[in-house]
Design a protein around this ligand. Structure first.
Ligand SMILES: *Cc1c(COP(=O)(O)O)cnc(C)c1O
Length: 408
């Protein structure tokens, strides 16, 4: 059982990103279906024992058992993910946290060390700060303001430097190339969570990162109706991760893989619309008298602006801002919003709003939150696909405190 011919072959000039989102990784279906069909099957049959052994012993790439990832629907998705991140290969998972956990477990062992830069997803804080220490794997956390201390905290036991850029919820941007130079001096891998930027706005591997991680639950899925994750990079680094994924049973379900590949076909149009709307929203907020500060890569200044220009092609649909008021006044603003829904998560068609202290960073110690600048008055927005004018009008009435009838 060999794989049918991939429709975009390396011999042709490289198609553009939109074309690759639609077509990359797809194979011509024997029945003529316009894109790869869903094979939800758990197992696959062989014509002979010799054929089976060819797959088991790795001589041919075939379908065998879905938990191993040896399923045509999962493989088609993984070819698409690898293509979008310009990686040799990719692995798809049941969630972003599954992808992170397998990456850490397969590349770090007891007694070794991780450095985590800046703000990260709440689940990542727990994994690195609570779960992995039980296995004797320690993490040093540096805040965004402490990143210049990176060379001091790297040791010969440091195996991974991990960060998000832009980060959650402060939208700090980190210089991937500069961090990579330091990390590689001690032989550590650089792992970048590219969930916020998406491959439309940024490809960390182009700037020296070794591995890229996604919570595909967010922009790649794009419709708040699936949970999935991915890691992309060189085959040599992904092979041990595939082994952990297999034995921890973390593979993506084929049904979700098919849905995710469907969503990725519209990734470029969605993310570019969100880039534009979020930039308009950021400009509106920056001029508002009840807003103390706005965080969005489009507003970056000085060194941050230079890094944004060097490594990002778009500014993303995520932003955060500080209300001029306390936690209760901020909650009142959030509660007056009508177009934005109060919800954790991000990256979907519907605009979402959250106060990080109530959701994503609720578990973090208040002193640690303060140290990281995650203020009680911080509001995080995930700009969806509604008209920017409607989002701005909604924010205006919420900040001004005059509730307008919701009307539809
Ligand atoms: C949501 C998120 C994760 C975790 O992903 P799940 O799919 O929920 O497991 C990791 N990193 C970032 C930046 C996220 O936003």
């Amino acid at each position: 059982m060999t794989e049918p011919k991939v429709t975009t072959t390396p011999a042709q000039p490289r198609p553009g990103l939109s074309t690759r989102c639609v077509h990359a990784g797809d194979v011509r279906d024997p029945q003529g279906a316009i894109h790869p069909p869903l094979y939800g099957h758990s197992t696959f049959a062989f014509n002979s024992t010799a054929d089976l052994l060819d797959v088991v012993e790795g001589r041919t790439e075939g379908n065998l058992y879905t938990r191993y990832g040896l399923n045509p629907t999962i493989r088609a998705l993984e070819r698409k993910l690898a293509d979008l991140e310009d990686a040799e290969t990719a692995l798809a998972f049941g969630s972003g946290m599954a992808a992170e956990a397998a990456t850490f477990l397969s590349h770090i062992k007891t007694g070794e060390h991780i450095v985590c830069l800046g703000d990260v997803y709440g689940g990542t804080f727990e994994l690195l700060g609570e779960n992995l220490p039980r296995l004797g794997i320690e993490t040093t956390f540096l805040t965004a303001g402490e990143v210049d201390r990176l060379p001091d905290v790297l040791t010969d036991r440091t195996r991974i430097v991990f960060f998000e850029t832009p980060s959650n919820p402060g939208l700090d941007v980190f210089d991937i190339a500069a961090i990579t130079t330091h990390a590689h001096q001690v032989g550590a891998l650089v792992v970048v969570d590219n969930t916020f930027a998406t491959p439309v706005n940024q490809n960390p591997l182009h700037h020296g990162a070794d591995l890229v991680i996604h919570s595909a639950t967010k922009y790649l899925g794009g419709h708040s109706d699936l949970t999935a994750g991915a890691v992309a990079g060189p085959a040599e680094l992904l092979a041990p991760i595939a082994g952990w994924r297999k034995n921890l049973g973390q593979v993506i379900a084929p049904e979700i893989a098919s849905l995710l590949a469907r969503s990725i076909r519209t990734l470029v149009v969605r993310v570019r619309a969100q880039n534009t709307a979020a930039t308009a929203v950021a400009e509106f907020l920056a001029d508002h008298s009840r807003v103390a500060k706005v965080n969005h890569p489009s507003l970056a200044a000085g060194d941050q602006a230079a890094v944004v220009k060097a490594q990002m092609r778009g500014h993303g649909g995520m932003l955060s801002f500080l209300v001029d008021g306390d936690a209760a006044a901020t909650a009142a603003v959030v509660d007056r919003l009508r177009v934005f829904s109060i919800a954790a998560s991000l990256g979907g068609a519907e605009s979402l709003v959250t106060q990080p202290i109530t959701t994503t960073h609720h578990g973090l110690d208040p002193a640690e939150r303060a140290r990281r600048g995650i203020a009680d008055s911080m509001v995080r927005l995930s700009v969806g696909l509604e008209d920017a004018d409607d989002l701005i009008a909604d924010l205006a009435q919420a900040l001004d405190g005059t509730v307008v009838p919701s009307g539809g």
